[in-house]
Design a protein around this ligand. Structure first.
Ligand code: ZN
Length: 558
Protein backbone atom coordinates (compact mmCIF):
# COMPACT_ATOMS: atom_id res chain seq x y z
CA UNK A 1 0.00 0.00 0.00
CA UNK A 2 2.99 2.27 0.59
CA UNK A 3 3.87 1.85 -3.07
CA UNK A 4 1.13 4.29 -3.95
CA UNK A 5 2.50 6.96 -1.67
CA UNK A 6 4.66 9.22 -3.71
CA UNK A 7 8.34 8.41 -3.67
CA UNK A 8 8.99 11.94 -2.56
CA UNK A 9 7.34 11.16 0.76
CA UNK A 10 9.34 7.98 1.15
CA UNK A 11 12.93 8.95 1.78
CA UNK A 12 15.65 6.52 0.74
CA UNK A 13 17.87 5.79 3.73
CA UNK A 14 20.45 3.24 4.78
CA UNK A 15 19.64 0.32 7.05
CA UNK A 16 22.01 1.89 9.60
CA UNK A 17 20.12 5.18 9.62
CA UNK A 18 16.78 3.43 10.09
CA UNK A 19 18.09 1.44 13.05
CA UNK A 20 19.66 4.53 14.62
CA UNK A 21 16.46 6.59 14.38
CA UNK A 22 14.26 3.83 15.81
CA UNK A 23 16.71 3.00 18.61
CA UNK A 24 16.94 6.66 19.59
CA UNK A 25 13.13 6.80 19.70
CA UNK A 26 12.94 3.73 21.93
CA UNK A 27 15.55 5.06 24.34
CA UNK A 28 13.90 8.46 24.53
CA UNK A 29 10.26 7.41 24.74
CA UNK A 30 10.08 3.98 26.39
CA UNK A 31 12.42 4.68 29.28
CA UNK A 32 10.41 6.96 31.53
CA UNK A 33 11.25 4.84 34.59
CA UNK A 34 14.97 4.93 33.86
CA UNK A 35 15.16 8.64 33.07
CA UNK A 36 13.25 9.59 36.18
CA UNK A 37 15.46 7.30 38.30
CA UNK A 38 18.69 8.64 36.86
CA UNK A 39 17.43 12.22 36.88
CA UNK A 40 16.01 12.17 40.40
CA UNK A 41 17.26 14.89 42.72
CA UNK A 42 19.38 16.66 40.10
CA UNK A 43 19.56 20.41 39.80
CA UNK A 44 18.37 21.22 36.27
CA UNK A 45 19.73 24.75 36.33
CA UNK A 46 23.21 23.30 36.25
CA UNK A 47 24.39 22.58 32.68
CA UNK A 48 26.49 19.72 33.97
CA UNK A 49 23.38 17.69 34.68
CA UNK A 50 22.05 18.30 31.18
CA UNK A 51 25.40 17.17 29.85
CA UNK A 52 25.15 14.07 31.97
CA UNK A 53 21.71 13.26 30.60
CA UNK A 54 22.83 13.87 27.03
CA UNK A 55 25.95 11.69 27.39
CA UNK A 56 23.88 8.99 29.03
CA UNK A 57 21.36 9.06 26.18
CA UNK A 58 24.12 9.02 23.55
CA UNK A 59 25.92 6.10 25.18
CA UNK A 60 22.77 4.00 25.57
CA UNK A 61 21.61 4.76 22.04
CA UNK A 62 24.98 3.90 20.51
CA UNK A 63 25.39 0.67 22.47
CA UNK A 64 21.87 -0.52 21.64
CA UNK A 65 22.43 0.53 18.06
CA UNK A 66 25.66 -1.47 17.82
CA UNK A 67 23.95 -4.67 18.96
CA UNK A 68 20.82 -4.31 16.85
CA UNK A 69 22.51 -3.12 13.67
CA UNK A 70 24.94 -6.05 13.90
CA UNK A 71 22.08 -8.50 13.38
CA UNK A 72 20.12 -6.41 10.86
CA UNK A 73 19.99 -6.60 7.11
CA UNK A 74 17.69 -5.15 4.45
CA UNK A 75 15.33 -8.13 4.58
CA UNK A 76 14.76 -8.55 8.28
CA UNK A 77 15.28 -5.05 9.61
CA UNK A 78 11.64 -3.94 9.31
CA UNK A 79 9.97 -6.87 11.12
CA UNK A 80 12.80 -6.94 13.66
CA UNK A 81 12.48 -3.26 14.56
CA UNK A 82 8.68 -3.49 14.62
CA UNK A 83 8.85 -6.35 17.11
CA UNK A 84 11.40 -4.52 19.25
CA UNK A 85 9.28 -1.37 19.31
CA UNK A 86 6.05 -3.17 20.22
CA UNK A 87 7.72 -5.18 23.00
CA UNK A 88 9.43 -2.05 24.30
CA UNK A 89 6.10 -0.24 24.40
CA UNK A 90 4.53 -3.14 26.33
CA UNK A 91 7.48 -3.15 28.76
CA UNK A 92 7.14 0.59 29.27
CA UNK A 93 3.44 0.08 30.04
CA UNK A 94 4.14 -2.43 32.81
CA UNK A 95 7.00 -0.38 34.25
CA UNK A 96 4.80 2.70 34.22
CA UNK A 97 1.62 1.06 35.52
CA UNK A 98 2.95 -1.38 38.11
CA UNK A 99 6.43 -0.02 38.84
CA UNK A 100 7.84 -3.44 37.97
CA UNK A 101 11.52 -3.97 37.31
CA UNK A 102 12.15 -6.30 34.41
CA UNK A 103 15.15 -8.26 35.69
CA UNK A 104 15.83 -11.80 34.39
CA UNK A 105 13.70 -13.32 37.19
CA UNK A 106 10.75 -11.15 36.28
CA UNK A 107 11.30 -12.07 32.63
CA UNK A 108 11.19 -15.71 33.67
CA UNK A 109 7.86 -15.07 35.40
CA UNK A 110 6.57 -13.50 32.22
CA UNK A 111 7.75 -16.41 30.08
CA UNK A 112 6.23 -19.02 32.37
CA UNK A 113 2.84 -17.50 33.09
CA UNK A 114 -0.01 -19.55 31.77
CA UNK A 115 -2.50 -18.26 29.30
CA UNK A 116 -5.18 -17.40 31.87
CA UNK A 117 -2.76 -15.24 33.80
CA UNK A 118 -1.70 -13.53 30.61
CA UNK A 119 -5.34 -12.88 29.76
CA UNK A 120 -5.69 -11.02 33.06
CA UNK A 121 -2.89 -8.67 32.07
CA UNK A 122 -4.04 -8.00 28.53
CA UNK A 123 -6.49 -5.18 28.44
CA UNK A 124 -7.70 -2.36 26.30
CA UNK A 125 -5.49 0.18 28.02
CA UNK A 126 -2.40 -1.86 27.22
CA UNK A 127 -3.32 -2.12 23.54
CA UNK A 128 -4.17 1.57 23.35
CA UNK A 129 -0.82 2.37 24.99
CA UNK A 130 1.13 0.15 22.57
CA UNK A 131 -0.63 1.55 19.51
CA UNK A 132 -0.30 5.11 20.75
CA UNK A 133 3.43 4.93 21.39
CA UNK A 134 4.39 2.63 18.51
CA UNK A 135 2.34 4.03 15.64
CA UNK A 136 4.81 6.71 14.67
CA UNK A 137 8.03 4.64 14.66
CA UNK A 138 6.29 1.67 13.04
CA UNK A 139 4.91 3.89 10.27
CA UNK A 140 8.40 5.27 9.78
CA UNK A 141 9.93 1.78 9.65
CA UNK A 142 7.60 0.67 6.87
CA UNK A 143 7.41 3.96 4.98
CA UNK A 144 11.07 4.60 4.25
CA UNK A 145 12.81 2.97 1.32
CA UNK A 146 16.05 1.16 2.04
CA UNK A 147 19.06 1.88 -0.05
CA UNK A 148 20.24 -1.24 -1.84
CA UNK A 149 23.94 -1.84 -1.24
CA UNK A 150 25.99 -4.68 -2.79
CA UNK A 151 26.42 -7.52 -0.30
CA UNK A 152 30.15 -7.33 0.34
CA UNK A 153 30.07 -3.57 0.63
CA UNK A 154 27.09 -3.72 2.98
CA UNK A 155 29.03 -6.11 5.19
CA UNK A 156 32.02 -3.79 5.53
CA UNK A 157 29.82 -0.76 6.11
CA UNK A 158 27.98 -2.68 8.82
CA UNK A 159 31.20 -3.83 10.44
CA UNK A 160 32.67 -0.32 10.41
CA UNK A 161 29.44 1.10 11.84
CA UNK A 162 29.32 -1.38 14.69
CA UNK A 163 32.93 -0.67 15.66
CA UNK A 164 32.43 3.08 15.40
CA UNK A 165 29.24 2.93 17.51
CA UNK A 166 30.93 0.87 20.21
CA UNK A 167 33.90 3.25 20.35
CA UNK A 168 31.68 6.35 20.43
CA UNK A 169 29.36 4.75 22.97
CA UNK A 170 32.24 4.04 25.32
CA UNK A 171 33.68 7.52 24.74
CA UNK A 172 30.32 9.03 25.69
CA UNK A 173 30.47 7.22 29.03
CA UNK A 174 33.98 8.44 29.92
CA UNK A 175 33.10 11.99 31.03
CA UNK A 176 30.16 10.73 33.14
CA UNK A 177 31.71 7.50 34.34
CA UNK A 178 32.07 8.56 37.96
CA UNK A 179 28.55 9.91 38.16
CA UNK A 180 26.96 6.92 36.45
CA UNK A 181 28.93 4.30 38.36
CA UNK A 182 28.02 5.76 41.73
CA UNK A 183 24.39 5.89 40.61
CA UNK A 184 24.52 2.24 39.51
CA UNK A 185 26.13 1.22 42.79
CA UNK A 186 23.40 2.90 44.79
CA UNK A 187 20.58 1.66 42.63
CA UNK A 188 21.77 -1.63 41.23
CA UNK A 189 18.34 -2.60 40.02
CA UNK A 190 17.81 0.54 37.97
CA UNK A 191 19.71 -1.00 35.05
CA UNK A 192 16.73 -3.31 34.54
CA UNK A 193 14.68 -0.25 33.69
CA UNK A 194 16.65 0.30 30.49
CA UNK A 195 14.39 -0.77 27.64
CA UNK A 196 14.84 -2.71 25.35
CA UNK A 197 18.09 -4.00 26.95
CA UNK A 198 16.11 -5.35 29.95
CA UNK A 199 13.86 -7.70 28.06
CA UNK A 200 16.49 -8.68 25.48
CA UNK A 201 18.90 -9.60 28.30
CA UNK A 202 16.15 -11.44 30.21
CA UNK A 203 15.14 -13.38 27.11
CA UNK A 204 18.73 -14.31 26.28
CA UNK A 205 19.56 -15.40 29.83
CA UNK A 206 16.39 -17.46 30.24
CA UNK A 207 16.86 -19.17 26.88
CA UNK A 208 20.40 -20.05 27.88
CA UNK A 209 19.36 -21.35 31.30
CA UNK A 210 16.50 -23.40 29.93
CA UNK A 211 18.65 -25.10 27.34
CA UNK A 212 21.29 -25.81 29.98
CA UNK A 213 18.83 -27.13 32.57
CA UNK A 214 16.54 -29.03 30.23
CA UNK A 215 18.16 -32.44 30.23
CA UNK A 216 20.72 -32.26 32.99
CA UNK A 217 20.30 -35.18 35.42
CA UNK A 218 18.99 -34.05 38.79
CA UNK A 219 21.27 -33.95 41.79
CA UNK A 220 20.11 -36.50 44.36
CA UNK A 221 18.64 -35.31 47.66
CA UNK A 222 18.05 -37.58 50.66
CA UNK A 223 18.58 -40.88 48.86
CA UNK A 224 18.74 -42.59 52.26
CA UNK A 225 15.22 -41.46 53.24
CA UNK A 226 13.11 -43.93 55.17
CA UNK A 227 10.15 -43.86 57.48
CA UNK A 228 11.02 -44.16 61.17
CA UNK A 229 9.94 -47.56 62.50
CA UNK A 230 7.98 -45.90 65.32
CA UNK A 231 5.83 -44.18 62.70
CA UNK A 232 4.93 -47.39 60.88
CA UNK A 233 2.36 -48.37 63.47
CA UNK A 234 -0.92 -46.56 63.93
CA UNK A 235 -3.17 -44.84 61.39
CA UNK A 236 -1.82 -43.49 58.08
CA UNK A 237 -0.09 -40.08 58.10
CA UNK A 238 -1.81 -37.57 55.86
CA UNK A 239 -0.43 -34.10 55.25
CA UNK A 240 -2.28 -31.50 53.23
CA UNK A 241 0.38 -29.00 52.22
CA UNK A 242 -1.26 -25.90 50.81
CA UNK A 243 0.86 -23.53 48.74
CA UNK A 244 -0.83 -20.15 48.89
CA UNK A 245 -0.55 -17.49 46.22
CA UNK A 246 0.30 -13.82 46.73
CA UNK A 247 -1.15 -13.76 50.25
CA UNK A 248 0.68 -11.34 52.50
CA UNK A 249 0.78 -11.59 56.27
CA UNK A 250 -0.22 -7.99 56.79
CA UNK A 251 -3.81 -8.62 55.62
CA UNK A 252 -4.56 -11.63 57.85
CA UNK A 253 -6.67 -10.69 60.85
CA UNK A 254 -5.07 -13.64 62.67
CA UNK A 255 -1.84 -11.67 62.39
CA UNK A 256 -3.26 -8.39 63.57
CA UNK A 257 -4.97 -6.91 60.52
CA UNK A 258 -7.77 -4.62 61.64
CA UNK A 259 -10.28 -6.14 59.23
CA UNK A 260 -11.90 -9.48 59.92
CA UNK A 261 -10.37 -11.49 57.07
CA UNK A 262 -9.98 -14.80 58.94
CA UNK A 263 -13.33 -15.43 60.65
CA UNK A 264 -13.38 -19.16 59.91
CA UNK A 265 -9.76 -20.01 60.67
CA UNK A 266 -10.11 -18.12 63.95
CA UNK A 267 -12.54 -20.88 65.01
CA UNK A 268 -10.57 -23.77 63.51
CA UNK A 269 -7.94 -24.32 66.19
CA UNK A 270 -4.92 -23.52 64.06
CA UNK A 271 -1.47 -22.17 64.89
CA UNK A 272 -0.52 -19.07 62.92
CA UNK A 273 3.14 -18.20 62.53
CA UNK A 274 3.70 -14.48 62.61
CA UNK A 275 7.26 -13.98 61.36
CA UNK A 276 7.70 -16.04 58.20
CA UNK A 277 9.83 -14.77 55.31
CA UNK A 278 9.36 -16.01 51.77
CA UNK A 279 12.30 -17.23 49.73
CA UNK A 280 11.53 -14.99 46.78
CA UNK A 281 9.07 -12.39 45.62
CA UNK A 282 7.64 -14.49 42.81
CA UNK A 283 6.16 -17.94 42.34
CA UNK A 284 9.03 -18.90 40.02
CA UNK A 285 11.60 -18.33 42.74
CA UNK A 286 9.68 -19.26 45.88
CA UNK A 287 8.07 -22.56 44.87
CA UNK A 288 11.26 -24.36 43.76
CA UNK A 289 13.13 -22.81 46.71
CA UNK A 290 10.71 -23.92 49.42
CA UNK A 291 10.77 -27.53 48.23
CA UNK A 292 14.56 -27.65 48.18
CA UNK A 293 16.92 -28.37 51.08
CA UNK A 294 19.07 -25.34 50.13
CA UNK A 295 16.54 -22.56 50.51
CA UNK A 296 17.32 -18.86 50.66
CA UNK A 297 20.18 -19.45 53.10
CA UNK A 298 22.27 -21.18 50.41
CA UNK A 299 20.41 -19.74 47.49
CA UNK A 300 21.56 -21.03 44.13
CA UNK A 301 18.78 -20.96 41.60
CA UNK A 302 20.55 -23.22 39.14
CA UNK A 303 21.34 -25.82 41.79
CA UNK A 304 17.80 -25.69 43.17
CA UNK A 305 16.33 -26.24 39.73
CA UNK A 306 18.45 -29.24 38.92
CA UNK A 307 18.15 -30.98 42.28
CA UNK A 308 15.60 -33.42 43.58
CA UNK A 309 13.00 -31.98 45.93
CA UNK A 310 11.15 -32.60 49.16
CA UNK A 311 8.59 -34.57 47.15
CA UNK A 312 11.22 -37.03 45.91
CA UNK A 313 12.39 -37.59 49.48
CA UNK A 314 8.82 -38.25 50.62
CA UNK A 315 8.24 -40.71 47.78
CA UNK A 316 11.40 -42.54 48.76
CA UNK A 317 10.17 -42.81 52.35
CA UNK A 318 7.07 -44.55 51.08
CA UNK A 319 4.65 -41.64 50.89
CA UNK A 320 2.15 -41.31 48.11
CA UNK A 321 2.56 -37.73 46.85
CA UNK A 322 -0.30 -36.17 44.94
CA UNK A 323 -0.02 -32.59 43.67
CA UNK A 324 -3.34 -30.95 42.83
CA UNK A 325 -2.88 -27.74 40.90
CA UNK A 326 -5.34 -24.88 40.53
CA UNK A 327 -2.61 -22.62 39.21
CA UNK A 328 0.27 -22.48 36.77
CA UNK A 329 1.94 -25.82 37.52
CA UNK A 330 4.48 -27.09 40.01
CA UNK A 331 7.48 -25.14 38.65
CA UNK A 332 9.53 -28.29 38.18
CA UNK A 333 9.31 -29.58 41.75
CA UNK A 334 6.96 -32.48 40.93
CA UNK A 335 8.80 -33.99 37.99
CA UNK A 336 10.36 -36.87 39.93
CA UNK A 337 9.21 -40.47 39.43
CA UNK A 338 6.25 -41.40 41.57
CA UNK A 339 4.91 -37.89 42.12
CA UNK A 340 1.34 -37.65 40.85
CA UNK A 341 0.43 -34.35 39.24
CA UNK A 342 -3.15 -33.35 38.61
CA UNK A 343 -4.18 -30.11 36.97
CA UNK A 344 -7.68 -29.09 38.01
CA UNK A 345 -9.96 -29.52 35.02
CA UNK A 346 -12.07 -26.36 34.63
CA UNK A 347 -14.80 -28.41 32.97
CA UNK A 348 -15.16 -30.63 36.04
CA UNK A 349 -17.39 -28.28 38.02
CA UNK A 350 -19.58 -25.69 36.34
CA UNK A 351 -20.54 -24.19 39.70
CA UNK A 352 -16.97 -23.36 40.73
CA UNK A 353 -15.35 -22.87 37.34
CA UNK A 354 -15.84 -20.45 34.48
CA UNK A 355 -13.69 -19.05 31.67
CA UNK A 356 -11.14 -21.81 32.14
CA UNK A 357 -10.52 -20.97 35.82
CA UNK A 358 -11.81 -22.39 39.08
CA UNK A 359 -12.31 -20.94 42.53
CA UNK A 360 -10.03 -22.57 45.11
CA UNK A 361 -12.92 -24.39 46.76
CA UNK A 362 -12.49 -26.91 43.96
CA UNK A 363 -9.42 -28.14 45.89
CA UNK A 364 -11.55 -28.85 48.95
CA UNK A 365 -13.94 -30.83 46.74
CA UNK A 366 -11.05 -32.80 45.29
CA UNK A 367 -9.67 -33.57 48.75
CA UNK A 368 -13.06 -34.66 49.98
CA UNK A 369 -13.38 -37.00 47.01
CA UNK A 370 -9.88 -38.44 47.46
CA UNK A 371 -9.74 -38.88 51.20
CA UNK A 372 -12.02 -41.96 51.62
CA UNK A 373 -9.65 -43.90 49.36
CA UNK A 374 -6.55 -43.01 51.38
CA UNK A 375 -5.27 -46.04 53.27
CA UNK A 376 -1.55 -45.33 53.43
CA UNK A 377 0.82 -42.45 54.18
CA UNK A 378 -0.03 -39.62 51.81
CA UNK A 379 0.97 -36.03 51.15
CA UNK A 380 -1.38 -33.87 49.13
CA UNK A 381 0.06 -30.64 47.80
CA UNK A 382 -2.66 -28.15 46.92
CA UNK A 383 -1.44 -25.26 44.79
CA UNK A 384 -3.95 -22.45 45.14
CA UNK A 385 -4.93 -19.61 42.89
CA UNK A 386 -5.13 -17.58 46.10
CA UNK A 387 -4.75 -13.85 45.60
CA UNK A 388 -3.23 -13.95 42.17
CA UNK A 389 -3.37 -10.43 40.77
CA UNK A 390 -4.04 -8.04 39.36
CA UNK A 391 -7.54 -9.50 38.83
CA UNK A 392 -8.18 -10.08 42.56
CA UNK A 393 -11.91 -9.79 41.94
CA UNK A 394 -11.84 -13.03 39.96
CA UNK A 395 -10.52 -15.02 42.94
CA UNK A 396 -13.68 -15.05 45.06
CA UNK A 397 -17.35 -15.87 44.46
CA UNK A 398 -20.03 -13.21 45.16
CA UNK A 399 -20.71 -14.56 48.67
CA UNK A 400 -17.24 -13.36 49.74
CA UNK A 401 -17.65 -9.85 48.41
CA UNK A 402 -17.64 -8.45 51.92
CA UNK A 403 -15.40 -5.43 51.49
CA UNK A 404 -16.84 -3.00 48.99
CA UNK A 405 -16.52 -1.20 46.68
CA UNK A 406 -14.10 -3.71 45.24
CA UNK A 407 -11.96 -3.10 42.19
CA UNK A 408 -13.67 -5.10 39.44
CA UNK A 409 -11.02 -4.79 36.76
CA UNK A 410 -7.47 -5.98 36.23
CA UNK A 411 -6.59 -2.42 35.25
CA UNK A 412 -5.67 -1.34 38.75
CA UNK A 413 -5.16 2.23 37.64
CA UNK A 414 -8.88 2.53 37.03
CA UNK A 415 -9.55 1.82 40.70
CA UNK A 416 -8.82 3.74 43.85
CA UNK A 417 -6.29 2.19 46.19
CA UNK A 418 -9.09 1.43 48.62
CA UNK A 419 -10.99 -0.54 45.96
CA UNK A 420 -7.87 -2.54 45.16
CA UNK A 421 -7.35 -3.37 48.83
CA UNK A 422 -11.03 -4.31 49.19
CA UNK A 423 -10.80 -6.81 46.33
CA UNK A 424 -7.54 -8.17 47.75
CA UNK A 425 -9.08 -8.60 51.21
CA UNK A 426 -12.12 -10.37 49.78
CA UNK A 427 -9.75 -12.87 48.18
CA UNK A 428 -8.04 -13.38 51.58
CA UNK A 429 -11.45 -13.88 53.16
CA UNK A 430 -12.16 -16.56 50.59
CA UNK A 431 -8.79 -18.24 51.20
CA UNK A 432 -9.76 -18.28 54.88
CA UNK A 433 -12.91 -20.17 53.95
CA UNK A 434 -11.04 -22.63 51.73
CA UNK A 435 -8.44 -23.40 54.40
CA UNK A 436 -11.10 -23.82 57.08
CA UNK A 437 -12.96 -26.20 54.73
CA UNK A 438 -9.82 -28.30 54.32
CA UNK A 439 -9.43 -28.48 58.10
CA UNK A 440 -13.07 -29.54 58.44
CA UNK A 441 -12.71 -32.27 55.81
CA UNK A 442 -9.59 -33.63 57.52
CA UNK A 443 -11.28 -33.37 60.91
CA UNK A 444 -14.16 -35.57 59.73
CA UNK A 445 -11.72 -38.38 58.98
CA UNK A 446 -9.49 -37.87 61.98
CA UNK A 447 -10.43 -41.10 63.72
CA UNK A 448 -9.05 -42.97 60.74
CA UNK A 449 -6.14 -40.73 59.69
CA UNK A 450 -3.31 -38.93 61.52
CA UNK A 451 -3.68 -35.74 59.58
CA UNK A 452 -2.25 -32.24 59.44
CA UNK A 453 -2.59 -29.18 57.27
CA UNK A 454 0.26 -26.79 56.60
CA UNK A 455 -0.44 -23.63 54.64
CA UNK A 456 2.19 -21.16 53.52
CA UNK A 457 1.98 -18.42 50.91
CA UNK A 458 4.63 -18.25 48.18
CA UNK A 459 5.22 -14.50 48.49
CA UNK A 460 3.35 -11.34 49.38
CA UNK A 461 2.06 -8.41 47.38
CA UNK A 462 2.37 -4.64 47.25
CA UNK A 463 -0.94 -2.79 47.31
CA UNK A 464 0.16 0.75 46.65
CA UNK A 465 2.71 1.17 49.44
CA UNK A 466 5.52 3.38 48.11
CA UNK A 467 3.61 3.49 44.84
CA UNK A 468 4.25 -0.21 44.24
CA UNK A 469 1.72 -2.79 43.11
CA UNK A 470 1.92 -6.55 42.51
CA UNK A 471 5.19 -8.35 43.35
CA UNK A 472 8.46 -9.56 41.84
CA UNK A 473 10.71 -6.76 43.09
CA UNK A 474 14.30 -8.07 43.38
CA UNK A 475 14.61 -9.69 46.81
CA UNK A 476 17.35 -7.42 48.12
CA UNK A 477 15.20 -4.31 47.77
CA UNK A 478 11.75 -5.87 48.12
CA UNK A 479 9.40 -4.22 50.61
CA UNK A 480 8.24 -6.30 53.55
CA UNK A 481 4.76 -6.62 52.07
CA UNK A 482 6.22 -8.83 49.34
CA UNK A 483 8.27 -11.12 51.60
CA UNK A 484 6.34 -11.40 54.89
CA UNK A 485 3.96 -14.32 54.38
CA UNK A 486 1.37 -16.11 56.50
CA UNK A 487 1.98 -19.71 57.57
CA UNK A 488 -0.68 -21.79 59.30
CA UNK A 489 -0.57 -25.26 60.83
CA UNK A 490 -3.46 -27.44 61.89
CA UNK A 491 -2.89 -30.77 63.65
CA UNK A 492 -5.62 -33.39 63.98
CA UNK A 493 -6.72 -34.55 67.38
CA UNK A 494 -5.44 -38.07 66.72
CA UNK A 495 -2.02 -36.70 65.94
CA UNK A 496 -1.82 -34.64 69.12
CA UNK A 497 -3.70 -37.03 71.44
CA UNK A 498 -1.50 -39.94 70.46
CA UNK A 499 1.49 -37.93 71.64
CA UNK A 500 2.96 -37.78 68.12
CA UNK A 501 3.09 -33.99 68.23
CA UNK A 502 2.58 -31.69 71.19
CA UNK A 503 0.23 -28.90 70.08
CA UNK A 504 1.16 -26.51 72.91
CA UNK A 505 4.81 -26.88 72.06
CA UNK A 506 4.10 -25.99 68.41
CA UNK A 507 1.91 -23.09 69.54
CA UNK A 508 4.70 -21.71 71.64
CA UNK A 509 6.79 -21.28 68.48
CA UNK A 510 4.21 -19.09 66.74
CA UNK A 511 6.32 -15.95 66.93
CA UNK A 512 9.70 -17.44 66.15
CA UNK A 513 11.46 -16.06 63.08
CA UNK A 514 10.90 -18.62 60.33
CA UNK A 515 11.15 -18.76 56.56
CA UNK A 516 10.47 -20.97 53.56
CA UNK A 517 13.79 -22.59 54.45
CA UNK A 518 11.98 -24.33 57.31
CA UNK A 519 9.44 -26.07 55.09
CA UNK A 520 11.63 -28.89 53.73
CA UNK A 521 12.85 -29.99 57.15
CA UNK A 522 9.58 -29.39 59.00
CA UNK A 523 7.59 -31.57 56.60
CA UNK A 524 10.15 -34.37 56.90
CA UNK A 525 10.05 -33.98 60.68
CA UNK A 526 6.27 -33.97 60.90
CA UNK A 527 6.03 -36.96 58.57
CA UNK A 528 8.63 -38.95 60.56
CA UNK A 529 11.03 -39.27 57.66
CA UNK A 530 14.61 -39.93 58.56
CA UNK A 531 17.36 -38.89 56.12
CA UNK A 532 20.80 -37.31 56.12
CA UNK A 533 19.26 -34.35 54.23
CA UNK A 534 17.20 -33.48 57.32
CA UNK A 535 18.34 -30.72 59.68
CA UNK A 536 16.69 -30.54 63.08
CA UNK A 537 17.59 -26.87 63.55
CA UNK A 538 15.32 -25.96 60.63
CA UNK A 539 12.48 -28.26 61.67
CA UNK A 540 9.78 -26.24 63.30
CA UNK A 541 8.38 -29.37 64.96
CA UNK A 542 11.70 -30.41 66.45
CA UNK A 543 11.41 -30.78 70.19
CA UNK A 544 7.62 -30.99 69.90
CA UNK A 545 7.33 -34.60 68.81
CA UNK A 546 6.80 -37.68 70.90
CA UNK A 547 8.86 -40.88 70.65
CA UNK A 548 10.06 -40.20 67.09
CA UNK A 549 11.79 -36.95 67.98
CA UNK A 550 15.04 -38.31 69.34
CA UNK A 551 15.57 -40.84 66.58
CA UNK A 552 14.96 -38.15 63.97
CA UNK A 553 17.45 -35.76 65.49
CA UNK A 554 20.04 -38.53 65.63
CA UNK A 555 19.47 -39.52 62.03
CA UNK A 556 19.75 -35.89 60.95
CA UNK A 557 23.14 -35.45 62.53
CA UNK A 558 25.21 -38.04 60.82
ZN1 ZN B 1 3.09 -16.49 43.38
Amino acid sequence: MFARISARLRPMIRVETLVLVVVAWMLAVFNGGWWSAVGAGRDWSSPQNWLFLLACFAALTLLHFAVIVAVSNRWIVRPLLTLLVVLAAATAYFVHTFNVILDPTMMENVLRTDKNEVADLLNFELFAWIIGWSALPVAFIWLVRLQPVPLLRAFFIRLGTVIAALVLGVLAIVPISRDISSFMRNQREARYLITPANYLWGLALNTFHNSRDADAPREPVGRDARLLPAAGTGPPHVLVLVIGETARAENFSLLGYSRETNPELAQAGVTVFSAVKSCGTSTEVSVPCMFSPYGRANYDEHRIRRSETLLDVLVRAGYRVHWIDNQSGCKGVCKGPGVEFEKIDPRSDAGLCSDGECFDEIMARRLQAELPDVHGNTVFVLHMMGNHGPAYFRRYPPAYRKFTPDCATAELRDCSREEVVNAYDNAILYTDHVLASLVKILGEQSTRLDSAMLYVSDHGESLGEKGLYLHGIPYAIAPEQQTHVPMIVWLSKTLTDSGDVNAQCVNAKANEPLSHDNLFHSVLGLMDVSTSAYRADRDLFAGCRGPTDRSLVQSGNH
